[in-house]
Design a protein around this ligand. Structure first.
Ligand SMILES: Cc1cc2nc3c(=O)[nH]c(=O)nc-3n(C[C@H](O)[C@H](O)[C@H](O)COP(=O)(O)O)c2cc1C
Length: 177
Protein backbone atom coordinates (compact mmCIF):
# COMPACT_ATOMS: atom_id res chain seq x y z
CA UNK A 1 0.00 0.00 0.00
CA UNK A 2 1.13 3.58 -0.68
CA UNK A 3 0.30 6.52 1.56
CA UNK A 4 0.74 9.89 -0.14
CA UNK A 5 2.61 12.36 2.08
CA UNK A 6 3.59 16.03 1.91
CA UNK A 7 7.13 16.49 0.59
CA UNK A 8 7.62 19.48 2.90
CA UNK A 9 6.84 17.31 5.95
CA UNK A 10 9.68 14.94 5.00
CA UNK A 11 12.28 17.46 3.76
CA UNK A 12 14.18 17.36 7.05
CA UNK A 13 14.25 13.57 7.14
CA UNK A 14 15.56 13.44 3.54
CA UNK A 15 18.25 16.03 4.34
CA UNK A 16 19.39 13.98 7.35
CA UNK A 17 19.23 10.63 5.51
CA UNK A 18 21.16 11.77 2.40
CA UNK A 19 24.74 11.89 3.72
CA UNK A 20 24.30 8.39 5.18
CA UNK A 21 23.03 7.10 1.83
CA UNK A 22 19.63 6.84 0.16
CA UNK A 23 18.81 4.90 -3.02
CA UNK A 24 18.51 6.24 -6.55
CA UNK A 25 16.70 3.56 -8.56
CA UNK A 26 16.72 3.30 -12.34
CA UNK A 27 14.96 0.95 -14.74
CA UNK A 28 16.59 1.03 -18.16
CA UNK A 29 17.87 -2.37 -19.31
CA UNK A 30 16.86 -3.67 -15.86
CA UNK A 31 16.08 -2.43 -12.34
CA UNK A 32 19.15 -1.11 -10.51
CA UNK A 33 19.63 0.75 -7.21
CA UNK A 34 22.64 2.97 -6.44
CA UNK A 35 23.44 4.63 -3.11
CA UNK A 36 23.73 8.42 -3.32
CA UNK A 37 24.96 10.75 -0.62
CA UNK A 38 24.71 14.05 -2.48
CA UNK A 39 21.57 15.80 -3.68
CA UNK A 40 19.41 18.88 -3.37
CA UNK A 41 15.74 19.06 -2.60
CA UNK A 42 14.17 22.35 -3.70
CA UNK A 43 12.26 24.28 -6.31
CA UNK A 44 13.41 24.84 -9.91
CA UNK A 45 11.35 26.42 -12.69
CA UNK A 46 8.45 26.57 -10.25
CA UNK A 47 8.47 22.77 -9.81
CA UNK A 48 9.41 20.66 -6.78
CA UNK A 49 12.77 19.17 -7.80
CA UNK A 50 15.61 16.93 -6.67
CA UNK A 51 19.10 17.37 -8.10
CA UNK A 52 21.20 14.17 -8.15
CA UNK A 53 24.93 14.01 -8.94
CA UNK A 54 26.07 10.90 -10.83
CA UNK A 55 29.64 10.13 -11.92
CA UNK A 56 30.36 9.41 -15.55
CA UNK A 57 31.03 5.65 -15.40
CA UNK A 58 28.28 4.59 -13.01
CA UNK A 59 25.90 2.04 -14.57
CA UNK A 60 23.21 4.34 -13.17
CA UNK A 61 24.23 7.13 -15.54
CA UNK A 62 23.68 4.98 -18.65
CA UNK A 63 20.30 3.96 -17.25
CA UNK A 64 19.13 7.54 -16.51
CA UNK A 65 20.31 8.70 -19.92
CA UNK A 66 18.24 5.93 -21.49
CA UNK A 67 14.97 6.52 -19.58
CA UNK A 68 15.04 10.15 -18.35
CA UNK A 69 13.74 9.18 -14.93
CA UNK A 70 14.61 7.77 -11.52
CA UNK A 71 12.93 6.96 -8.23
CA UNK A 72 14.42 7.80 -4.83
CA UNK A 73 14.01 5.43 -1.88
CA UNK A 74 14.72 6.85 1.58
CA UNK A 75 15.01 4.82 4.81
CA UNK A 76 12.86 6.04 7.70
CA UNK A 77 15.18 4.63 10.37
CA UNK A 78 18.69 4.89 8.96
CA UNK A 79 20.51 2.90 6.28
CA UNK A 80 20.76 -0.92 6.19
CA UNK A 81 24.34 -2.19 6.00
CA UNK A 82 23.60 -4.73 3.22
CA UNK A 83 22.07 -1.97 1.09
CA UNK A 84 25.04 0.36 1.62
CA UNK A 85 27.55 -2.39 0.88
CA UNK A 86 25.93 -3.82 -2.24
CA UNK A 87 24.14 -0.83 -3.76
CA UNK A 88 27.00 1.53 -2.86
CA UNK A 89 29.93 -0.77 -3.60
CA UNK A 90 28.96 -3.00 -6.52
CA UNK A 91 27.84 -2.09 -10.03
CA UNK A 92 24.64 -3.06 -11.78
CA UNK A 93 26.90 -3.87 -14.73
CA UNK A 94 28.18 -6.89 -12.79
CA UNK A 95 25.34 -8.08 -10.57
CA UNK A 96 21.58 -7.98 -10.00
CA UNK A 97 21.54 -5.82 -6.86
CA UNK A 98 17.85 -6.32 -6.09
CA UNK A 99 18.46 -10.08 -5.87
CA UNK A 100 21.76 -9.71 -4.01
CA UNK A 101 20.52 -7.53 -1.09
CA UNK A 102 17.61 -8.63 -1.51
CA UNK A 103 15.23 -5.72 -2.21
CA UNK A 104 11.43 -5.99 -2.58
CA UNK A 105 10.25 -3.87 -5.51
CA UNK A 106 7.03 -1.83 -5.42
CA UNK A 107 5.38 -0.85 -8.71
CA UNK A 108 5.51 2.91 -9.44
CA UNK A 109 2.52 5.21 -10.10
CA UNK A 110 3.72 8.04 -12.32
CA UNK A 111 7.00 6.85 -13.86
CA UNK A 112 8.34 3.37 -14.74
CA UNK A 113 10.92 2.91 -11.96
CA UNK A 114 9.98 0.93 -8.83
CA UNK A 115 10.61 1.95 -5.25
CA UNK A 116 11.69 -0.59 -2.62
CA UNK A 117 9.82 -1.65 0.51
CA UNK A 118 13.01 -1.71 2.62
CA UNK A 119 13.47 2.09 2.15
CA UNK A 120 9.79 3.10 2.19
CA UNK A 121 9.77 6.89 1.63
CA UNK A 122 9.53 7.10 -2.16
CA UNK A 123 9.94 10.02 -4.59
CA UNK A 124 9.14 9.27 -8.22
CA UNK A 125 11.06 11.69 -10.47
CA UNK A 126 11.42 12.67 -14.13
CA UNK A 127 14.56 14.37 -15.41
CA UNK A 128 14.06 17.92 -16.73
CA UNK A 129 17.69 18.89 -17.30
CA UNK A 130 21.14 17.30 -17.20
CA UNK A 131 24.44 19.18 -17.00
CA UNK A 132 27.93 17.69 -16.96
CA UNK A 133 30.04 19.44 -14.36
CA UNK A 134 33.47 20.88 -15.06
CA UNK A 135 35.78 19.99 -12.14
CA UNK A 136 38.36 22.54 -13.36
CA UNK A 137 35.94 25.28 -12.26
CA UNK A 138 35.91 24.00 -8.65
CA UNK A 139 38.15 25.23 -5.82
CA UNK A 140 41.48 23.30 -5.82
CA UNK A 141 40.82 21.64 -2.47
CA UNK A 142 37.49 20.17 -3.59
CA UNK A 143 38.84 19.10 -6.98
CA UNK A 144 41.81 17.32 -5.41
CA UNK A 145 39.69 15.50 -2.82
CA UNK A 146 36.72 14.56 -4.99
CA UNK A 147 38.33 13.96 -8.41
CA UNK A 148 41.66 12.13 -7.81
CA UNK A 149 43.12 11.80 -11.30
CA UNK A 150 45.05 8.61 -10.46
CA UNK A 151 41.84 6.68 -9.65
CA UNK A 152 40.05 4.97 -12.54
CA UNK A 153 36.38 5.75 -13.23
CA UNK A 154 35.39 2.12 -12.50
CA UNK A 155 36.21 2.60 -8.80
CA UNK A 156 32.93 2.76 -6.81
CA UNK A 157 33.91 5.73 -4.63
CA UNK A 158 35.69 9.02 -5.47
CA UNK A 159 37.57 8.82 -8.75
CA UNK A 160 38.71 10.97 -11.68
CA UNK A 161 35.23 11.16 -13.27
CA UNK A 162 33.15 14.33 -13.22
CA UNK A 163 29.53 14.27 -12.09
CA UNK A 164 26.49 15.03 -14.18
CA UNK A 165 23.84 17.01 -12.28
CA UNK A 166 20.33 15.74 -13.03
CA UNK A 167 17.55 18.19 -12.16
CA UNK A 168 14.39 16.12 -11.82
CA UNK A 169 10.76 16.99 -11.20
CA UNK A 170 9.24 15.17 -8.22
CA UNK A 171 6.03 13.57 -9.49
CA UNK A 172 4.86 11.63 -6.43
CA UNK A 173 5.86 11.36 -2.77
CA UNK A 174 4.55 8.44 -0.69
CA UNK A 175 5.41 5.89 1.96
CA UNK A 176 5.17 2.18 1.13
CA UNK A 177 3.60 0.10 3.90
C1 LIG B 1 27.26 6.62 1.22
C2 LIG B 1 27.52 6.63 -0.29
C3 LIG B 1 27.18 7.74 -1.04
C4 LIG B 1 27.40 7.75 -2.44
N1 LIG B 1 27.02 8.84 -3.17
C5 LIG B 1 27.18 8.85 -4.52
C6 LIG B 1 26.69 9.95 -5.31
O1 LIG B 1 26.03 10.90 -4.79
N2 LIG B 1 26.93 9.93 -6.65
C7 LIG B 1 27.61 8.89 -7.27
O2 LIG B 1 27.80 8.91 -8.50
N3 LIG B 1 28.05 7.82 -6.55
C8 LIG B 1 27.83 7.77 -5.21
N4 LIG B 1 28.23 6.69 -4.45
C9 LIG B 1 28.92 5.56 -5.13
C10 LIG B 1 27.94 4.58 -5.83
O3 LIG B 1 26.88 4.21 -4.97
C11 LIG B 1 28.71 3.30 -6.25
O4 LIG B 1 29.78 3.63 -7.09
C12 LIG B 1 27.83 2.26 -6.91
O5 LIG B 1 28.50 1.02 -6.84
C13 LIG B 1 27.47 2.60 -8.36
O6 LIG B 1 26.53 1.66 -8.80
P1 LIG B 1 26.12 1.47 -10.33
O7 LIG B 1 27.40 1.21 -11.12
O8 LIG B 1 25.22 0.26 -10.31
O9 LIG B 1 25.43 2.70 -10.79
C14 LIG B 1 28.00 6.62 -3.07
C15 LIG B 1 28.33 5.48 -2.30
C16 LIG B 1 28.10 5.47 -0.93
C17 LIG B 1 28.43 4.23 -0.13
Amino acid sequence: MKKTVSLADYAGLIQTALPKGILLNTNGDKFNAMVIGWGNLGVTWGEPTFVAYVRENRYTKAQIDKTGEFTLSVPLNGPLSAVTKICGGASGRDIDKAAAVPLTLEAPEANHTPGVREYPLTLECEVLYAQRQEPERLPDSIRAAMYPQDVDGAYPRANRDPHTAYVARILRTYIIS
